[in-house]
Design a binder for this molecule. Structure first.
Ligand SMILES: CC(=O)N[C@H]1[C@@H](OP(=O)(O)OP(=O)(O)OC[C@H]2O[C@@H](n3ccc(=O)[nH]c3=O)[C@H](O)[C@@H]2O)O[C@H](CO)[C@@H](O)[C@@H]1O[C@H](C)C(=O)N[C@@H](C)C(=O)N[C@H](CCC(=O)O)C(=O)O
Ligand SMILES: Nc1ncnc2c1ncn2[C@@H]1O[C@H](COP(=O)(O)OP(=O)(O)OP(=O)(O)O)[C@@H](O)[C@H]1O
Ligand SMILES: N[C@H](CCC[C@H](N)C(=O)O)C(=O)O
Ligand SMILES: [Mg+2]
Length: 488
């Protein structure tokens, strides 16, 4: 229970005609269906519906007060604010007693590699016997207990609730992926990040952000949100990829110390003598504390970048370099990221989450670097997502593979045929087949594969479902590939 007038005192500007001095709040909700007696209901005007239309339902379910940014008609007290989403994050932070100020919080943003870096960091912290929390695309884990999440970066209410749980469970460090959507919409307002990490920047999400500049601007907000003064008791660090063309822009955005990682350009933490083969990667790590050999089972040059980002972050979070390097050696990587399917077959099958042109190119380049036979790729593009990446992904697929099986990803509300037409419209080669049904596309690739060939099944990685229209059906690339191999 919290006193409402104390809770709303954090709002810079609000209006109410009601006397709220005696009101006590049991919880905060942004969904009228989740309201319990005594909750505060914050109305959010969403992309699909408007929360202001659910005030009656909220009241019926026992809401004690409404927070709204538009006029609503109801008998229960209303607090009017300028921006409900900003109010929601301030109220949630306050209700849960600013939990991120009691945790070490690392935020990871960038187009590709957020999940990979977050989980690598989680592996490092766990290896160093820290209690950890992690939030991202594959879900939330607190002390190794898994919880589902709806978004890569959930809304402010869910986030602050989760951070409070982490504080209660005495978590030492929390690592979270911070998506550009979350930054643009203010889901992480009020999160007190200690370390902000950038992976890289390339095309994605142009359905949501109008231009690449807007998209980068959204990503940069993680760095502008990283405290605005230097405090030696509460140090903040921005960790940037020195080789990414966005480096010069991003370093301007933060008032905090910047450290860099990279391979090509001179960086605080860098990799030289890099070796990339079918067993993984190895390199010499140069650091302010000297040089160290590093070995990992993770594949491809892009993984060296993810490893460097993780090493740099873990180091500034207080873990010793020898421990970090041992942890990296032990890390097995995560589900659906360059994950081999081993069913006794004499050809390679890899399930991967590449769903952008750049990630697909990186992964196919890696496969090409150790191929002994032909390369087949099974890939599609998600519906209701960036349309302009579709022809680029198809072009990448046909450029780097011997045959591309172009198929469906999650069509969502779009017709799969239309998505595939967007993908294939500019192709000038004929080394591809369109097979709308993803299961059939995987089966066909498995059917034609010969000894030493490699099949890359891209785009859905860890996902265990396919979204077709409003239906969510069971679908697991790895299982389907295993079945197809066993039925051969
Ligand atoms: C476009 C977008 O970002 N949508 C997010 C948004 O949903 P929305 O605006 O459609 O919500 P809505 O259904 O219109 O509802 C508006 C309000 O009415 C309330 N409501 C609704 C119905 C009702 O009966 N009663 C009620 O009170 C809802 O609880 C909500 O507060 O708010 C929801 C709650 O926070 C999010 O789950 C949802 O993410 C959807 C699922 C989504 O697909 N988002 C993608 C685009 C996204 O955010 N992706 C990023 C990046 C992924 C990556 O590349 O890593 C992510 O962080 O996940
Ligand atoms: N540093 C990187 N650079 C380029 N591609 C990468 C990098 N790391 C991973 N990838 C590729 O991108 C795919 C997705 O990786 P990951 O899930 O780590 O990214 P993400 O940023 O979390 O993606 P999302 O935005 O969907 O959450 C991987 O399966 C791999 O193909
Ligand atoms: N976080 C990304 C994931 C895309 C994964 C792909 N399988 C798809 O459904 O498009 C998004 O929501 O755009
Ligand atoms: Mg992710």
């Amino acid at each position: 229970m919290k006193k409402l007038h104390e809770l709303i005192s954090v709002l810079p500007n609000y209006k109410t005609d009601d006397d709220l001095s005696t009101v006590e709040v049991t919880g905060i909700q942004m969904d009228s269906r989740e309201i319990s007696k005594g909750d505060l209901f914050v109305c959010i005007d969403g992309f699909t519906v408007d929360g202001h239309d659910y005030v009656d339902q909220a009241a019926q379910n026992g809401a004690i007060t409404i927070v709204a940014e538009k006029e609503v008609a109801t008998d229960i007290p209303v607090i009017y604010v300028e921006d409900s989403i900003r109010a929601l994050s301030l109220l949630s932070n306050t209700f849960y007693m600013n939990p991120t100020q009691k945790l070490k919080l690392i935020g990871v943003t960038g187009t590709n590699g957020k999940t990979s870096i977050s989980h690598l960091l989680d592996d490092i912290f766990q290896y160093a016997k820290y209690k950890t929390g992690v939030i991202g695309t594959v879900g939330m884990r607190i002390n190794n207990q898994a919880y589902p999440v709806k978004n890569t970066t959930p809304d402010a209410l869910f986030l602050q609730q989760s951070f409070k749980k982490m504080v209660d469970e005495k978590i030492d460090v929390a690592v979270m992926e911070v998506s550009s959507h979350a930054l643009a919409i203010g889901r992480v307002h009020g999160c007190d990040f200690d370390i902000a990490v950038f992976s890289n920047f390339s095309q994605d999400h142009l359905d949501y952000h109008e231009t690449m500049e807007d998209y980068l601007h959204a990503k940069s907000l993680l760095f502008s949100q990283l405290g605005n003064r230097y405090d030696s008791q509460n140090k903040k660090i921005a960790i940037l990829n020195r080789d990414d063309p966005t480096y010069n822009k991003l370093k301007m955005v933060t008032a905090q110390p910047v450290v860099t990682y990279g391979i090509e350009k001179k960086a605080t933490f860098s990799a030289t003598e890099t070796q990339i083969n079918a067993q993984g990667v190895s390199f010499k790590l140069k650091t302010p504390e000297g040089e160290f050999p590093v070995k990992s089972k993770l594949m491809g040059k892009f993984s060296i970048y993810n490893i460097l980002a993780s090493i740099t972050s873990a180091y500034y979070a207080g873990i010793s370099l020898p421990t970090i390097i041992e942890a990296i050696e032990h890390s097995e990587g995560i589900k659906g990221r360059f994950q081999p399917v081993l069913s006794g077959q004499n050809f390679g099958v890899i399930v991967d989450y590449a769903h952008t042109p750049d990630s697909l190119k990186n992964v196919l380049e890696t496969v090409n670097s150790f191929k002994k036979g032909k390369i087949y790729v099974v890939v599609g593009c998600g519906g209701d997502r960036d349309r302009t990446k579709r022809p680029l992904m198809a072009q990448t697929a046909v450029s780097y593979a011997d045959i591309a099986f172009l198929t469906s990803d999650n069509p969502r509300s779009e017709r799969p045929e239309d998505i595939l037409r967007d993908m294939t419209s500019n192709l000038t080669t004929d080394n591809y087949q369109v097979i709308i049904d993803r299961k059939q596309a995987i089966e066909e690739a498995v059917r034609i594969a010969k000894k030493n060939d490699i099949i890359l099944i891209a785009g859905k990685g860890h996902e265990t479902y396919q979204i077709i229209g409003n239906e969510v059906i069971d679908f697991d690339d790895k299982k389907i590939a295993e079945e197809a191999i066993n039925n051969r």
